[in-house]
Design a protein around this ligand. Structure first.
Ligand code: PHB
Length: 368
């Protein structure tokens, strides 16, 4: 189906009216202060990007156990709620809208980042390949501890509390991070989930935790203010499934009952922050159009032309930009003017200070 829609067509997202279809993708930047608390600098960063149709915050841990990298913000303490309030107030004062992304990393962590130096938790005791990012630099991932069945209600409760705290912090909604090899994705895919209880085995069982979390979060916000992110084609964080087409079709269909604001899909063109050269494998957003009854956001390596093309094709309703948003705070204005784009500097993606964070110039500054 071909449409007349482009990146500048307004759109309703749940109960929100968005002025354009350009979404700021969730981006880990590791610049929270002590206690994993957002700061005025973080508020400046998001405010510079307030002309996006929607901002989705960086992934934000719902509990201390949910943390897997240094200096990522949380949404489990009152100090964090107060820090995020700086961000939401500033974004709203500049006319923007912002969702918080709710995160638990599962096995993608390290004892040095865990409360009491304990092992990270996961559906099953299987270590990812590679190194964890710790405060003392890269260290090999450890074998995580498999969650007891009796601990799972506590995990659901952590997401529910995170959703409540996001409401208290003034967000416009929340996105449940079920992508990129973090806890909920670890439960979905059978390379990481070898459980024999009701959270493992069949596709329905493996999707149970995501459904319980979604139910809890929708109970706080209503479906119209909740999105879910999935990465059906990703292998980042040592992910695999024996039948991802069947798994993610089931998940997308099962989410229909929540009347969500949107389903957000990472495109096979990208795997985490790298563009995949040959992306003929995998599940592009259009695969989910006949399965999911609501709004679809697609993310991953889009530019102006590709973004407009995927909207015109009718396969997606909005397009999320990550790397381009790091470097171009006024991305919608630049797209509208067909202006040159600043190049993102990878060395300052993760951690550090204002450099590479709030010092990318707007077009206005550049041409003044
Ligand atoms: C990362 O910190 O590298 C990261 C975090 C969240 C994602 C992907 C990557 O979804």
């Amino acid at each position: 189906m071909s449409t007349n829609v482009n990146l500048f067509s307004p759109v309703k997202l749940g109960s929100l009216e968005l002025p354009n279809r350009i979404v700021m993708a969730p981006l880990t930047r590791n610049r929270a202060a002590a206690g994993n608390v957002p700061t005025e600098m973080n508020a400046t960063y998001y405010t510079q990007r307030a002309s996006a149709g929607l901002i989705i915050s960086e992934a934000t841990q719902v509990s201390p156990q949910g943390q897997g990298y240094p200096n990522t913000p949380g949404i489990h303490s009152q100090e964090q709620v107060a820090g995020w309030r700086l961000v939401t107030d500033a974004v709203h004062a500049h006319g923007g809208r912002i969702f918080l992304q709710l995160w638990h990393v599962g096995r993608i962590s390290h004892p040095s980042l865990q409360p009491g130096g304990e092992l990270p938790v996961a559906p099953s005791a299987i270590a990812p390949e590679g190194d964890a990012s710790t405060l003392e630099g890269p260290k090999p991932y450890v074998t995580p501890r498999a969650l007891e069945t009796a601990e799972i209600p506590g995990i659901v409760e952590d997401y529910r509390k995170g959703a409540e705290n996001a409401l208290a912090a003034g967000f416009d909604g929340v996105e449940i991070h079920s992508a990129n090899g973090y806890l909920l994705d670890q439960f979905l895919q059978n390379g990481t989930n070898k459980r024999t209880d009701e959270y493992g085995g069949s596709i329905e069982n493996r999707a149970r935790l995501l459904m319980e979390v979604t139910e809890a979060v929708v109970g706080v916000w209503g479906g119209e203010r909740v999105g879910v992110r999935l990465s059906p084609s990703g292998t980042f964080n040592s992910m695999s499934d024996s039948n991802p087409g069947a798994l993610f079709s089931y998940v997308a269909a099962a989410l229909n009952r929540f009347n969500l604001a949107y389903l957000h899909l990472v495109d096979p063109r990208t795997d985490n922050h790298n563009t995949v050269e040959n992306h003929t494998q995998g599940f592009p957003v259009g695969y989910f159009r006949p399965i999911f009854n609501g709004t679809l956001i697609t993310a991953g390596g889009y530019d102006l032309e590709l973004g407009n093309a995927v909207l015109a094709s009718g396969d997606a309703d909005l397009v999320a930009y990550g790397r381009l948003y790091i470097a171009n705070p006024d991305l919608p204005e630049r797209f509208a003017a067909n202006a040159a784009l600043n190049k993102p500097d990878r060395d300052t993606f993760y951690g550090g200070d204002e450099k590479g964070y709030i010092d990318y110039p707007s077009l206005e500054l550049q041409t003044a």
